[in-house]
Design a protein around this ligand. Structure first.
Ligand SMILES: *Cc1c(COP(=O)(O)O)cnc(C)c1O
Length: 483
């Protein structure tokens, strides 16, 4: 693995690309940032991007494209049915995954919608390593429920297990036996578990899950939205992958699955999504729903320009320099944060740096949403927006009481190839100031709470006047004209 570690010994990560197009950013004065987060109901999803300095909300649709992707977009063949663009994309998908059948969809959750509609019946249980918000919502809409079979270690903040996203095989077997095979429409594995810090799964674990599914004749569905980071971690840390190329690793993953789906807003740095499979019967079952919900079979709700970008982006994901950039910048971000004693999830995963809000704000109870409060406070002091991944991202219990999440995280996503090391250094500086002043931060309460996926559009208010006191302290420390 020596030659993959070219820059490993250096105290900084290295960009194997250069910037050729830029977007100007502005940083509002702190009082205007306070006004903006109040107007957004303390929900970073509701901020206007013009009020955001560093947009670390998500990597969804915000990764930087390559020159080749942009060039390919101008070759797009715009037609409703049978466009050349579709056939170029289909060939790229088949080559990338090593599987023959492809259905296009407009984004990742659209694939989840099709899967749930086709396979999930009322009372069904879908075992998985960890749920994702939209996945669970679609399964529940069809009357099913999710059972998580994660390692006990998965939800421990600090760990040295490189593959915290692995499925607990005993929990999986127990789940299948206790609910009965007929009640399990499929088993789902998420590569690069989003909600617990972008933690990867190992190839050996995936192959073991696949063997269990085959033994019980259950379908294995892989969510490959965060595949690129997972490929990096497999190549770096999974002994099974040491002598395999990225493409060989990817085909070993595909060999485990019956169906793979992905968000192309993440994988391939474009916008869109798709389902891939080996079996014509499964393809036929799902394909009838594509024209109903997505669009005709040769575009599935995507623009042909995005499809061209996706075709190139998938091939570029086979380049180690491309997939290494995200995780290596996250690691640099994490190491700098740890030097300042900021509590972060370890090992550093993919997707972004995950701050442990429960440890950061020990004085705020789960019912007052520490991760939501921290995300609002981070915006106020830095102008950067992260995303709450904690109790607000859960649903209430049936009796209306709060279901406190197993982890209370603020994700500071690093969209691929977007931010620089100076911007990361700035973030660490602001987080360190906030950590010193953490006693000033208080909780939040809902003022407008939707029943489905409340985290997207729900509105909250601070409990007490902690936000103005935080701003006053910032101005006292840095001066009234400091940004
Ligand atoms: C983002 C994401 C999805 C949903 O994809 P969208 O394109 O945003 O609809 C599904 N699964 C995982 C693991 C994701 O990270």
């Amino acid at each position: 693995m020596q030659h993959f570690a070219r820059f490993q010994a250096a105290p900084f990560p290295m960009e194997m690309h250069k910037v050729r197009v830029i977007q100007k950013l502005t940083l509002l004065p702190i009082k205007e940032r306070l006004a903006a987060i109040v107007e957004a109901g303390n929900n970073t999803f509701l901020l206007k991007n013009r009020d955001v300095f560093l947009d670390m909300l998500t990597d969804s649709g915000t990764n930087a494209m390559s020159d080749r992707q942009i060039a390919a977009m101008s070759l797009a063949d715009d037609s409703y049915a049978g466009s050349e663009t579709f056939f170029r994309l289909e060939a790229s998908v088949q080559d990338f995954f090593g599987l023959p059948f492809f259905l296009p969809a407009h984004q990742g959750r659209a694939c989840e919608h099709i899967l749930a509609k086709v396979f999930v019946k009322p009372g069904n249980v879908v075992p998985m390593n960890f749920h994702f918000t939209t996945t669970r919502a679609h399964i529940m809409e069809c009357g099913g429920r999710v059972e998580e079979c994660f390692l006990d270690e998965a939800i421990r903040s600090e760990s040295d297990n490189r593959f915290k996203g692995n499925m607990d095989l005993h929990k999986l077997e127990n789940c299948i036996t206790s609910v009965g095979i007929d009640n399990v429409p499929f088993v789902r594995v998420e590569l690069g578990t989003n909600l617990i810090g972008g933690q990867p799964i190992s190839l050996s674990n995936l192959e073991a899950v696949s063997a269990i599914c085959r033994k019980h004749q259950l379908l294995l569905v892989i969510d490959s939205s965060l595949l690129s980071d997972n490929l990096y971690f497999m190549k770096m840390f999974d002994p099974l992958c040491e002598d395999l190329s990225i493409k060989e690793i990817n085909h070993r993953i595909s060999a485990c699955a019956d169906i793979i789906y992905f968000s192309a807003r993440k994988l391939s740095s474009a916008r869109g999504g798709g389902l891939v499979m080996r079996d014509k019967l499964l393809f036929d079952k799902m394909k009838v729903l594509i024209p109903l919900y997505e669009g005709f079979l040769t575009y599935g709700g995507m623009s042909v320009r995005e499809m061209e970008a996706m075709a190139i982006g998938l091939q570029e994901t086979l380049d180690f320099d491309m997939i290494a950039h995200g995780p290596q910048f996250i690691e640099a971000f994490g190491n700098k944060a740890k030097e300042q004693n900021i509590p972060v999830i370890t090992p550093f995963g993919g997707l972004g740096l995950h701050v442990d809000a429960r440890a950061f704000l020990e004085h705020i109870p789960g019912e007052q949403y520490p991760a939501g409060a921290l995300a609002a406070a981070i915006y106020i002091v830095s102008g950067a927006r992260g995303m709450e991944r904690g109790t607000i991202s859960e649903n209430r219990n049936p009796d209306g009481s709060e279901h406190v999440a197993s982890m209370e995280l603020v994700r500071l996503a690093l969209p691929r190839r977007v931010f620089t090391l100076s911007q990361i250094t700035y973030m660490v500086d602001r987080l360190a100031w906030l950590y010193e002043n953490r006693a000033l931060i208080g909780g939040l309460t809902f003022v407008d709470e939707p029943t489905i996926m409340r985290f997207f559009i729900g509105r909250l208010a601070p409990i007490g006047d902690w936000q103005t006191r935080l701003v006053d302290k910032f101005i006292a420390d840095f001066g009234s004209d400091a940004l």
